[in-house]
Design a protein around this ligand. Structure first.
Ligand code: ARG
Ligand code: ZN
Length: 870
C-alpha cells in the first residue's frame, strides 16, 4: 500500500481564481467508467476503472482531480505504474497512446466527512453529494461538467446494516456473499457528468408508485426513507407523478429510465439533488403529514420534488459546459417549477410568494458586496455561487423571455434547445440562440441580462393634458453600480401596462407590453378624457425596482380596482411601504389610508382568501430597511409594530369575523388551495388580533394551539404566542417541545420560531438556545433553524451593542471547521454593513475581519467574508 495522505487545500494569500474566459475543452474524455465500492463508514475502498481518450492531438498528461482521499494504487492498461505525481491534490499521469484504461484505488472515511460533500454518513446510512465538486472526494476523476461518462457501479456492504443499495440508472444484478455482506450492480445508460453520480446504502423502506409515460412506458417510482417515515411520503409521491405529467404536457419531455428513486436524508447542505434516476433530498423536502408539516412545507415539497424531476431534462439530458453556466440549468428549472406550482393552485398567490422571495434574498444580494451577474465571470469557490441571483433572478430572466416571445414561440425555442443539445454540455448562449432561432426574435440586447449585475431601477411618471386628451408615460431606467461593474448599460425590460380611468374605474385599452430598451422612453396615449391611473409591471413582468409618482389615493384605487392580482397586491404593499418608510424616518404619519385599503380588501367577497391573506401582510422589516438610506432597525420595528397595532385595533371586528369565518369553514384537515387560503387568513387575522392588544388574544391563540389538527394552525398560534407576553407563552413552547422532541424537522421549527420572534430578549434567548442539548452545528437544518433565522431577524441581529454580530461570527467560525459550505451561506447579514449607521458598520466589519483572520479558514468562507468587507 502506498501511503499518500493528501490534505485539504488551505487558502493562501493569493487565492486561486477560476475565470469564465479561460475555459478550454477537456484534454481527456472518459466515455466509460466502472466503480467498485467496498462500503464501510470508517474506511471505504473505491476502485475506479476509467476508459480515457485523448481529445485531440496534444501531448499533455491525464490530470485527475482528487480531494482528501488516500491513494492506494494506480495502474494503466492492467499494469501497476508509479510514474504519476500529485500536484496540489491533482493526480498527474503521463500517458503515451490515444486511449487507455486507468485504474485507481483509494480509501475514504465517510463517517468523518462533516462537509457533507462526496460520500458521507447520515442517520446510519451512507449517501453522496457531488454537485458541484464533490466527486473528487470519492475518487480521482476529471471533475468538470463537460466530461460525460457511462457509469457502471458495484457496491458491496454489510447486509444487516445496509440492506438497500441504490445507484443511478437501472439495477442489473445483486447477490449475497458468505460473510454477511451483499452486493448490487447498477448501470446508467445515459452519459453524465460526475456531479450527477449518486449512491445510497442504508436501512431504508420504500413507498412505491408507478407512472406511465406519454409513449406508454411504465416507470417504477420509489421514495426511500426510514421505515417509520413511510407514512409521510405520500405527498411527495403524488407531487412526483404530477410533475412527470406536467413536463410531458407543458414541455413535451418524457422520462427516460425504467426506474426513478428518491432518497431522503437528514443531513444535507441544501434542498435536494437531481442525480440521474436517484434524487437525494433533504428530508424536509420529502416528509409531510398534517400533524408535522405546514401548508408552506407541503408547497415546498411539491416545488422541490418537481424542480429536481425537471432537471432530468434541464440539467441532466442537457447539462452545463462549465459552472459559469449554472443558471442555464438552475434559472430555467426554477422557472419551470414556479410555473408547475402556479398550475397546481392559485397562480396569483404563487407569483406574490415568488416576488416576495426575490425581494427578500436576491435584491439585497444584487445591491450588496456579493452582487454578481446570473452568469458570473469568476469565482474562487463555486459552492458560493448557488445563489438567489443564479436561481431566482435566473428564473426571472427566463420568465421575461417567455413573456416577450409568447407561449408558442417560447415552447418552440425550448424544443429546439433540447433537440440541439441533448446529450451535451451547453452554455447559456446556446439556450438564448435556440430561442432566437426558433422565434426569429433578435435577443442581442437581451443578452446583457447574463453579464450585468444589479437590479434596474425604473422611474415612471404619467402626464395627462385634459384638454387634448393626451397622456404621456415617461419611463427611465438605470442600474446602480455593483462591485467590479461601475458602468451599466440599459437592459430589456418587458413592462405589462394598463391605464384606468380615475372616475369610471374602467380601463382605457387592453393591457399592453411595453419593451423598455433605452435609458428613457416615452409612450403617448390618445383620447384619454378622464384622469388616468397607471398600472405598471403587472404580474411583476420585469425584475426591477419601480419608482412612480402615484399618490396614496391612486395606490388605494389600484388596491381596490386593479384586475391584475399582482398589481393589486403591489399597490397595497407600496401604500404600506411609503407609510412605514416615512414613519421610520421620524414623521408623524396618518394610518387611515392603509387601514381603509386593508379593510376594503378584507371585505371584498370576490377575492380569493389566500390572496387576501397575502395582500394584508405588512412588508418585512428588512424590506422596509432596503428602502432607506440608512437602516434604523429600531425605528423600523417601532413603525411597523405601531402600524400593526393600529390596523389590529381599527379593524378588530373584521379580523374577528375573518378569523371566525375561516375557522367555521375548516373542519378536518384538507390540503387544497381553498383550505390553505382559509388557514392562512386565519393565522394573519390572529396575528392582527394579538397586535391590537386584545385581552383575550393569548387565550384565543392558545385555544387554536391546543385544538389544532394540523401543524399550520399549531405553528401559527405558537408564533403569535411567542411574539407576545401572555401567560400561555411558556406553556405553549414547552408543550410543543415535548410533543415533538423526537421529530427533528418539527424541533427545527421550535428553534426558528424563537429566533425570529419580534421581542426585546430574542438575542439573549438565541444565545441560550445555542447551548441547548438539541442544538448542533453538525446538522445543517438545525444550524439554519437557529443561526440562519436569527441572521434575518433585522432588529434582534442588529442590536446596537453588536452582540448579534459577535454571536453570528462565533457560530460561523465554529461551523466553518465542520461544514464550510453551510457556514459561508450564512454570511450575508454581516455584509449589509454599508447600509447601517457608522457604529453598527464598524462592529460588523470588525466581526468580518475577525473571521477572515481565522487560521485555516475554508476557501468558501475566505471568499465570502473578504468580499463582504469590500
Ligand atoms: N442542483 C441542486 C438543485 O437542484 C443543488 C445543488 C447545490 N449545490 C451546491 N454546491 N450548493 O438546485
Ligand atoms: Zn436545481
Amino acid at each position: 500500500m502506498l501511503d499518500i495522505q493528501t490534505s485539504s487545500a488551505q487558502p493562501t494569500a493569493t487565492p486561486h481564481v477560476t475565470r469564465r474566459e479561460d475555459y478550454t475543452a477537456p484534454d481527456w474524455l472518459v466515455p466509460e467508467i466502472a466503480l467498485d465500492f467496498a462500503l464501510d463508514p470508517a474506511a471505504t475502498r473505491v476502485k475506479a476503472t476509467l476508459h480515457v481518450q485523448r481529445s485531440d492531438a496534444h501531448d499533455r498528461p491525464l490530470r485527475l482531480d482528487g480531494a482528501g482521499q488516500t491513494l492506494l494504487s494506480v495502474s494503466v492498461d492492467g499494469v501497476a505504474v508509479n510514474d504519476w505525481t500529485i500536484e496540489g491534490e491533482t493526480l498527474v499521469l503521463p500517458l503515451t497512446g490515444s486511449a487507455h484504461v486507468v485504474e485507481t484505488e483509494v480509501e475514504i472515511a465517510p463517517e468523518r466527512n462533516t462537509q457533507l460533500m462526496g460520500l458521507y454518513a447520515s442517520g446510519g446510512n451512507l449517501c453522496t453529494q457531488c454537485e458541484a465538486e464533490g466527486f473528487r472526494r470519492i475518487t480521482y476523476f476529471p471533475d468538470r461538467p463537460d466530461v460525460l461518462s457511462r457509469y457502471q457501479v458495484r457496491m458491496t456492504a454489510d447486509k444487516a446494516r445496509y440492506p438497500v443499495l441504490l445507484a443511478n440508472g437501472d439495477p442489473i444484478a445483486a447477490g449475497d456473499l458468505p460473510d454477511g455482506r451483499h452486493w448490487a450492480e447498477w448501470r446508467d445508460p445515459f452519459p453524465k457528468p460526475c456531479y450527477l453520480f449518486a449512491l445510497v446504502a442504508g436501512d431504508l423502506a420504500v413507498n412505491r408508485g408507478s407512472f406511465t409515460t406519454m409513449s406508454g412506458r411504465e416507470v417504477a417510482l420509489g421514495i426511500w426513507v426510514r421505515a417509520a417515515d413511510v407514512p409521510r411520503t405520500d405527498h411527495a409521491l403524488a407531487a412526483l407523478k404530477a410533475a412527470m405529467a406536467w413536463d410531458e404536457q407543458t414541455y413535451g419531455r418524457e422520462y427516460d429510465l425504467d426506474v426513478f428513486n428518491i432518497v431522503a436524508v437528514d443531513d444535507f447542505n441544501f434542498g435536494a439533488m437531481e442525480n440521474k434516476g436517484l434524487n437525494i433530498f433533504n428530508s424536509r423536502y420529502i416528509l409531510a403529514d398534517p400533524d408535522t408539516a405546514t401548508d408552506y412545507d407541503y408547497d415546498g415539497i411539491a416545488a422541490v420534488v418537481a424542480h429536481e424531476y425537471f432537471h432530468n431534462w434541464s440539467g441532466n439530458r442537457v447539462t452545463c459546459r462549465d459552472w459559469f453556466q449554472l443558471s442555464l440549468k438552475e434559472g430555467f428549472t426554477v422557472y419551470r417549477d414556479q410555473c408547475f406550482s402556479a398550475d397546481q393552485g392559485s397562480a396569483a398567490v404563487k407569483r406574490i410568494e415568488d416576488v416576495r422571495g426575490l425581494r427578500a434574498a436576491q435584491f439585497p444580494e444584487d445591491a450588496g458586496p456579493l452582487a454578481h451577474p446570473i452568469r458570473p465571470d469568476s469565482y474562487q469557490e463555486i459552492s458560493n455561487f448557488y445563489t438567489a441571483t443564479i436561481y431566482n433572478k435566473g428564473a426571472e430572466i427566463i420568465r421575461m423571455l417567455a413573456t416577450m416571445l409568447g407561449a408558442q414561440a417560447f415552447r418552440a425555442g425550448t424544443d429546439l434547445y433540447f433537440d440541439r443539445f441533448d446529450g451535451t454540455a451547453a452554455t447559456c448562449e446556446d439556450f438564448v440562440a435556440s430561442l432566437e432561432d426558433a422565434s426569429g426574435t433578435d435577443l442581442t440586447q437581451f443578452r446583457r441580462w447574463y453579464s450585468q449585475a444589479g437590479t434596474p431601477r425604473i422611474t415612471a411618471s404619467l402626464l395627462h393634458h385634459k384638454g387634448s386628451g393626451r397622456a404621456e408615460l415617461v419611463l427611465a431606467q438605470n442600474t446602480p453600480p455593483t462591485p467590479g461593474q461601475t458602468v451599466k448599460q440599459p437592459v430589456v425590460l418587458p413592462l405589462r401596462i394598463k391605464l384606468f380611468g380615475a372616475d369610471s374605474a374602467q380601463p382605457y385599452a387592453p393591457e399592453q407590453t411595453v419593451l423598455l430598451t433605452e435609458a428613457e422612453h416615452r409612450i403617448v396615449f390618445e383620447d384619454v378624457r378622464e384622469r388616468p391611473i397607471l398600472s405598471i409591471n403587472r404580474g411583476f413582468s420585469a425584475p426591477a425596482i419601480l419608482e412612480t409618482d402615484r399618490s396614496a389615493a391612486d395606490l388605494a384605487f389600484l388596491a381596490a380596482q386593479d384586475d391584475d392580482p399582482f398589481a393589486r397586491y403591489e399597490a397595497l404593499q407600496q401604500l404600506m411601504l411609503d407609510t412605514l418608510v416615512e414613519s421610520a424616518g421620524g414623521a408623524r404619519v396618518d394610518h387611515a389610508a392603509v387601514i381603509a385599503a386593508i379593510g376594503g380588501t378584507l371585505a371584498n367577497p370576490q377575492l380569493d382568501r389566500a390572496f387576501v391573506a397575502e395582500a394584508v401582510l405588512l412588508p418585512s422589516e428588512s424590506f422596509i430597511g432596503d428602502q432607506m438610506a440608512v437602516v434604523d432597525p429600531e425605528a423600523i420595528f417601532r413603525a411597523r409594530e405601531t402600524l400593526r397595532r393600529d390596523i389590529g385595533r381599527a379593524l378588530e371586528a373584521s379580523w374577528r369575523a375573518a378569523y371566525d369565518g375561516a375557522r367555521a369553514t375548516t373542519t378536518g384537515y384538507v390540503y387544497s388551495p381553498e383550505a390553505k387560503g382559509l388557514r392562512r387568513l386565519k393565522s394573519v387575522a390572529l396575528g392582527y388580533i394579538a397586535a391590537s392588544g386584545a385581552a383575550d388574544a393569548g387565550a384565543l391563540a392558545f385555544a387554536q394551539f391546543e385544538a389544532a389538527d394540523n401543524m399550520t394552525d399549531r405553528q401559527s398560534a405558537l408564533t403569535t404566542l411567542v411574539a407576545g407576553d401572555s401567560a400561555q407563552r411558556t406553556p405553549a413552547l414547552d408543550i410543543f417541545y415535548n410533543r415533538y422532541s423526537d421529530n427533528a424537522l418539527v424541533l427545527d421549527k421550535w428553534f426558528s420560531v424563537q429566533a425570529m420572534a419580534p421581542r426585546d430578549d430574542t438575542g439573549a434567548v438565541v444565545a441560550e438556545l445555542a447551548q441547548h442539548r438539541d442544538f448542533t452545528l453538525s446538522n445543517p437544518n438545525r444550524a439554519r433553524a437557529l443561526i440562519g433565522a436569527f441572521g434575518v431577524n433585522q432588529r434582534a441581529f442588529n442590536a446596537a451593542d453588536g452582540s448579534g454580530y459577535r454571536f453570528l461570527a462565533d457560530q460561523l467560525i465554529a461551523l466553518d471547521r465542520l461544514n464550510p459550505q453551510t457556514a459561508a451561506k450564512l454570511i450575508p447579514p454581516l455584509g449589509r454593513w454599508k447600509r447601517f449607521d457608522s457604529n453598527r458598520a464598524a462592529l460588523m466589519r470588525a466581526e468580518l475581519e475577525r473571521i477572515v483572520a481565522v487560521p485555516g479558514l475554508s476557501k468558501d468562507m475566505a471568499e465570502q467574508a473578504s468580499r463582504s468587507l469590500d
